[in-house]
Design a protein. Structure first.
Length: 687
């Protein structure tokens, strides 16, 4: 047997695609979710935060609050028609300005991981609460290595000026740190430098009403110098207003409130994440669109919606509706100079979009990129160069990207940064010089799981909008109904690619056996399925560079494939890989889930069946021709049993496939040619 190939466990391969269209339900805003969670915890009474993002960063804030004695519950939420949803309901019981855990005689340890917003907002909250005479414990805070080097010194200095007692075991004004109970100093105003991060100002704004109460006077908060990412401050003020705290900016950079705390609403709704939407706005520009993004409004306070104004200049058409925006390309994409100061997160995708423009694109005011989860300027330049792009870096504040006609296959190093992973996914689209050519270019994203920080199902949704722009015919039906035979004939007739869905489960079974994964450990198998390196060339199947066509037909591999195919999380994990095979001129996909789950909006969804006795005779004939011992009665009974199981099982039910079909064919008295003719004729009438 062939030796096991050396696969990278955390690596995702994206094949070339040309088009993108469809609908997307946005994950909830990370920025709003975390702000609302912290304010709800500091207020009084119970708050139900609807449409909360459930991702790595919001879970960091949840765990922090729970450790501090706050009651926080996350509940699942309806997926709004999508099989993937990273949104939920968060119920928080407020502590009325003092975390219960701080009153206990113990040491609390918090891990902010790489969540800058959590770190820069929880620190001020803890600092003012530890000025309370009831405080009786110390709090240690640390994060990942990158967090230790992110800008925090200005915030620490301000907190110390308030009287906070902060110890730094390793390096002054950086994590790790330890806060202890202390006595506040009387102040009338606070000044902080916000030129590197607006999050330090957000953290102070959220405790401003509480400081008013502690010091029995109205404290003035001053932003010293220019505020980077200014729209995020407007967002903070908007969320504060929903919690009964009106903040006025009396002069530019001078903030004031008369509130003495926050008044929590019973319910709070989080809108969709404009930063996450940016990758689908760009996909519509490159892939043509239209893509309709739901969950965001034209009057959104999120600054990243301003990316749409930039895309209009580049060549996009933008149309707003009721809680959605639709975008499509209306002509050639033009390279322009873009000021990224107020859209630092959304602007990242412009670096790869620039590859598809007809003139150079210059991105200016990007200095804040260096201070993010990684040095994003360096990461972007490195990624573009690996792709064969032409990029010129102008210090730490600007880059110019020149358009190219072709790119190289490349592995993109994400540096565990979610925005690097999502930004470079745009390079999976074919450039003008690649369309119509035979090319083996592939894009590999290292550590794709890093997107879980803000958009856990990004790659699944990206593959879906790309697949929905391609004509797709699905063929499903009970066992021995001839799905594979019909799919292959239809594919040849129309010149479409053909997807054998069973190959995914057999190849996954092969890797499960090679890597000695416990076949009962469905979570481990599902994790492996998300980065399945399966490729098809004609009738041959490859895992990495190894031809596994023969190995996949092994009887033991087939049995294992049948077993793992029953795991719901495995089937969901393979959806992205299956969708990724949808490319022009079209696709014929046969197998369970194809029309009901994988391509639920397929152009034509066929349900193919025949009477059990007819199917039994067909299967009997096939097996006899292959000289495989069998009896007609045994085959008939097996088909009856399989039908009963397939129609009633909770995962991949045949009843669901039949219900979602747009064309049902009983082939009991029809030839293969007649069935193919019906399907092709129906497809052409729809086209």
């Amino acid at each position: 047997m062939m030796s096991k190939p050396n696969f990278l466990e955390s690596e995702l391969t994206l094949n070339l695609r040309q088009t993108a269209a469809g609908d997307l339900q946005l994950p909830a805003s990370k920025s709003i979710s975390i702000r609302a969670m912290l304010l709800a915890s500091m207020g009084k009474g119970s708050v139900t935060i609807k449409n909360t993002l459930i991702s790595e960063d919001t879970l960091v804030m949840r765990d922090i609050l729970i450790e501090l004695g706050v009651s926080v519950k996350f509940l699942a939420e309806s997926s709004n028609g999508s099989e993937f949803s990273s949104n939920g309901i968060c119920i928080i019981s407020g502590c009325d300005g003092f975390f219960p855990g701080l009153g206990q005689n113990r040491r609390i340890t918090l891990n902010v991981k790489n969540s800058g917003l959590s770190a820069r907002t929880i620190l001020p909250s803890l600092a003012f609460m530890l000025l309370n005479p009831r405080a009786n414990c110390s709090v240690s805070i640390d994060g990942v290595e990158r967090m230790r080097s992110r800008p925090m010194s200005e915030l620490f200095s301000v907190l110390e000026s308030l009287g906070s007692k902060i110890l730094f075991p390793k390096q002054k004004s950086s994590f790790p740190c330890e806060l202890a109970p202390s006595v506040g100093r009387k102040i009338t105003e606070i000044g902080i430098d916000c030129s590197k991060s607006s999050q330090v100002l957000t953290g102070l704004l959220q405790i401003l009403p509480f400081l008013n109460s502690i010091f029995s006077k109205k404290i003035k908060l001053l932003a010293l110098g220019a505020i980077v990412s200014r729209p995020y401050i407007d967002l903070t003020m908007h969320v504060l207003s929903k919690f009964g705290c009106s903040v006025a900016e009396t002069l530019p950079g001078q903030f004031y409130t008369s509130a003495l705390g926050v008044r929590s609403p019973k319910n709070f709704i989080v809108e969709g994440d404009a930063s996450s939407a940016s990758y689908f706005f760009a996909s519509a520009c490159i892939g043509g669109g239209p893509i309709r993004v739901h969950g965001i409004s034209e009057d959104s306070k999120q600054g990243d919606v301003k990316l749409l104004d930039v895309l209009k200049k580049i060549g996009a058409e933008v149309r707003w509706g009721n809680s959605y925006v639709e975008i499509f390309r209306k002509g050639r994409l033009r390279g322009v100079e873009i000021d990224c100061l107020e859209i630092p997160d959304a602007a990242m995708v412009l670096s790869t979009l620039a590859l598809f423009c007809d003139q150079p694109t210059k991105l200016i005011n990007i200095a804040s990129w260096k201070e993010k989860e990684t040095d994003r300027i360096t990461a972007v330049v490195q990624g573009l160069e690996r792709l064969g792009g032409s990029v010129y870096r102008e210090g730490d504040d600007a880059i110019t990207i020149h358009p190219v006609t072709c790119l190289k296959s490349a592995k993109i190093q994400t540096f565990n940064d979610h925005r690097i992973a999502m930004t470079f996914s745009m390079a999976a689209f074919a450039l003008k010089g690649e369309v119509g050519r035979v090319t083996n270019r592939v894009l590999q994203i290292e550590n794709p799981e890093c997107v879980e920080k803000t958009f856990p199902y990004f790659f699944e949704e990206f593959s879906r909008v790309c697949s929905e722009s391609v004509p797709v015919i699905t063929v499903d039906g009970p066992t021995a109904s001839g799905k594979g035979t019909i799919a292959n004939h239809v594919g040849r007739n129309l010149g479409f690619n053909v997807l054998d869905s069973g190959a995914f489960y057999r190849s996954l079974a092969l890797i499960t056996r090679w890597e000695k994964i416990d076949e009962d450990n469905h979570r481990a198998i599902a994790f492996r399925a998300r980065t399945l390196p399966l490729r098809m060339k004609g009738s041959r199947f490859f895992l990495g560079d190894d031809d596994v066509t023969v190995l996949m037909r092994d009887e033991k591999i087939g049995l294992l494939a049948s077993k793992i195919a029953k795991y719901e999380d495995v089937r969901r994990a393979l959806i992205m890989a299956q969708r990724d095979f949808a490319r022009l001129p079209g696709l014929v996909a046969d197998g369970r889930d194809m029309g009901s789950v994988v391509f639920p909006r397929g152009t034509l969804r066929v349900f193919l069946t025949a009477k059990p006795e007819i199917r039994a005779k067909r299967r009997f004939k096939q097996l006899i021709e292959k000289e495989i011992p069998c009896t007609l009665n045994d085959i008939f009974q097996d088909i009856i049993d399989r039908d009963n199981s397939d129609y009633n099982r909770p995962v991949a039910s045949l009843a669901l496939a039949e219900e979602g079909a747009t064309l049902k064919i009983d082939s009991s008295s029809k030839t293969v040619e007649e069935v193919v003719k019906i399907i092709v004729s129906e497809y052409k009438s729809l086209s």
